[in-house]
Design a protein around this ligand. Structure first.
Ligand code: PMP
Length: 398
């Protein structure tokens, strides 16, 4: 077997898609017209698969802050946080994140992937145990694997399975790293964090929650599911990203625990990569302020999310278990999913086509993410386009 034989199955799928004239993976956004519109693969489309939950990529305050930073501090830091890449603005953002989450300290990373991967791989090493929700994101899995800890999965969103597995660990439970997400990225379902926190209180463990898809959406201050569920004091580490509701790139970890500062200089994903550029840090700081100052964005996001979710549900599509800014329609046949994705493009709607192994259920998904920047008309156009699709409609209608 040659070094490259293992890539053949992936290449075969791509060749087949090319033959069909469909390019869902690696679609090119030729023009980005606004937070919700663009020209993708030659089609003028409503962007309904961007994770741009609050629509802040085109916010004037964020853009002005980024431009000012670009003028004053240049295009890049050209160095790691630990060497020449910590500017005053990186330190300021860390303080602002800590204040926002009412935590003791924060670490800023260059991407969300590096934040989750870096924390998972550093906190738990050989001899340690990680218990993670089976549906956790690839970056979490990668980190857990890299660190060399024993990795045990508990059933998705099943606190009693977590409890059973923690009890089996006996004395080791107290130092077991438990990992879950706030809102899950593929089906938009929310973690039962109150119950997970109760299990942790009862059996022990160190709890890390990835709020990548819930920052700016839930909780009185927009801090996510942990805030919404009133269990922030039970969470040891929160990780997340700047690339969704904050409209940039980068990641963070915040904690109430003093140990976060000891961990910082052991995280290879923090040490051995260049820090985010000044313009990214500046727009992220502006976006974080906006989350605090403009709760109406959250309200608009949920209004749009409910309308899309309820609309697709009433059409009989098989969608996630609860309304959420991530609304994914399950299509059990790959060819149907590809044809549906293509048809949506022809009708001016861009969504994410997600295929196994990236999907939790092994089915294909047409994944929409809703934005506060979508107008009601745009949401109706997305619904109309879905209504024209010839895919399974065997979902439960209320
Ligand atoms: N965690 C979760 C749950 C995610 O969905 C993602 C990205 N989709 C990440 C982490 C990584 O974030 P980023 O894309 O900003 O690197």
């Amino acid at each position: 077997m040659s070094l490259f034989d293992k890539f053949k199955p992936i290449a075969d799928v791509r060749n087949e898609l090319n033959r069909l004239g469909v390019t869902p993976f690696g679609a090119i956004t030729e023009q980005i017209l606004s937070a919700t519109e663009g020209i993708v693969n030659g089609h003028r489309v409503i962007l309904a698969g961007t994770n741009n939950y609050l629509g802040l990529t085109f916010d004037p305050e964020c853009i002005a802050a980024a431009k000012k930073a670009l003028d004053e501090q240049g295009t890049g830091t050209t160095g790691s946080r630990m060497a020449n890449g910590t500017y005053a603005a990186h330190a300021a953002l860390e303080q602002e994140l800590a204040d926002f989450f009412d935590c003791r300290s924060a670490i800023v990373f260059s991407t969300g992937y590096l934040a989750t991967m870096g924390m998972g791989s550093t906190l738990a090493g050989p001899g340690d145990v990680i218990l993670l929700d089976a549906d956790c994101h690839a970056s979490i899995y990668d980190g857990c694997r890299l660190g060399g800890a024993e990795v045990i999965r508990f059933k998705h969103n099943d606190p009693s399975d977590l409890e059973k597995r923690l009890r089996r660990l006996g004395d080791r439970a107290a130092d077991t790293l438990i990992i879950a997400e706030g809102i899950y990225s593929m089906l938009g379902d929310r973690a039962p964090l109150a119950e997970i926190a109760a299990v942790k209180r009862e059996c022990g463990g160190v709890l890390l929650i990835d709020e990548a898809h819930s920052l700016g959406m839930l909780g009185k201050n927009g801090r996510g599911v942990a805030e919404e569920d009133g269990i922030e004091s039970d969470v040891d580490f929160i990780v997340g990203t700047f690339s969704k509701s904050l409209g940039a790139t980068g990641g963070y970890c915040v904690s109430r625990r003093p140990e976060l500062e000891q961990v910082r200089f052991a995280i290879r994903a923090y040490i051995f990569t260049a820090s985010p550029s000044p313009s990214v840090i500046a727009s992220t700081r502006a976006a974080l302020r906006i989350i605090s100052q403009r709760p109406e964005l959250r309200e608009k996001l949920w209004k749009n999310a409910h309308r899309l979710y309820n609309g697709l549900k009433s059409m009989g599509f098989r969608i996630g278990p609860e309304p959420s800014p991530v609304v994914a329609t399950t299509v059990d046949d790959r060819d149907q999913a590809i044809a549906a994705w293509n048809e949506l493009m022809n009708r001016g709607i861009y969504v994410n086509l997600v295929m196994p192994p990236a999907t939790p259920t092994g089915d294909c998904l047409l994944r929409c993410s809703v934005s506060a920047a979508h107008t009601s008309e745009q949401i109706e156009r997305i619904l109309e386009a879905f209504d024209s699709l010839e895919i399974n409609r065997d979902g439960q209608q209320e």
